[in-house]
Design a protein around this ligand. Structure first.
Ligand code: O7M
Length: 220
């Protein structure tokens, strides 16, 4: 599980090198609970760059690969993610039970948290049609939590009411995509995921502090 202090996860969607990323994270390290990395890092600094970044920063790292392949490929990716020192991974629930059961078990054995994507901040109409099925599947598999969009507060409320308090709900779509800071948490999320609103700010630390202020007194 992601240790919760501020309730804020940074989506590090940047093509920066390791040193620039580490310096940026150092400037807001005390304000965020986790760093979400993904294709930007994989395609720009590569696995060994990611490993170096993880070692330098000393924070909870979440790999957002939206993994959704067949079982043996998913398992391979999870093992490699674990080798890089990453703590959690995001998987697509639409991959279905047969493709998720083994990988979630492997992740649990390795101590890697799995967060299941069950709805998307834009589009994702098939996801929303099968929301209940996917959430029940995640509970049955024993995932750590779910990704639920800040742009769809009713979905956050529905998922929270289904799973109770034992699962972490991570909510992207805050800021640049229109989600109001604090609103996802007011509706039942544990963490709000923010990328561009912080990354493109002229004063990222100030902006991060502003987000935290709003998250601390959650409202819509
Ligand atoms: O704050 P932004 O809009 O700059 O970035 C949003 C981040 O959240 C970005 O990293 C996306 O990949 C991610 N995200 C969504 O925007 N929408 C979704 O439905 C799901 C995610 C996500 O985090 O999935 C795990």
């Amino acid at each position: 599980m992601i240790p919760r202090e501020t309730g804020l996860i940074l989506a590090l969607d940047v093509d920066w090198d390791v040193d620039k990323s580490a310096a940026f994270l150092g400037s807001i390290n005390d304000l965020i609970d986790a760093v979400k990395i993904g294709w930007f890092q994989l395609l720009n600094i590569g696995p060994w760059g990611i490993r170096e970044l993880v070692n330098k920063v000393g924070k909870y790292f979440l790999a957002d690969l939206k993994l959704g392949d067949v079982s043996h490929i998913n398992e391979y990716v999870i093992r490699r993610i674990h080798d890089l020192g990453i703590n959690g991974i995001i998987m697509h629930s639409v991959a279905g039970k047969d493709n998720l059961t083994g990988p979630v078990r492997v992740a649990r054995e390795l101590g890697v948290d799995v967060y299941l994507l069950v709805s998307m901040s834009s589009g994702g109409e098939l996801y929303d049609t099968y929301l209940e099925y996917n959430v029940e599947l995640g509970v049955e598999l024993g995932v750590s939590g779910f990704v639920v969009p800040a742009t769809k507060p009713n979905v956050i409320r529905r998922v929270r009411s289904m799973v109770g308090g034992g699962y972490q709900l991570l909510s992207p779509g805050v800021g640049a995509q229109g989600g109001k800071p604090g609103c996802a948490i007011a509706n039942g999320a544990d963490f709000e995921i923010v990328g561009r609103a912080i990354l493109t700010s002229p004063d990222p630390r100030r902006t991060t502090l502003d987000f935290i202020d709003l998250i601390r007194k959650p409202s819509c």
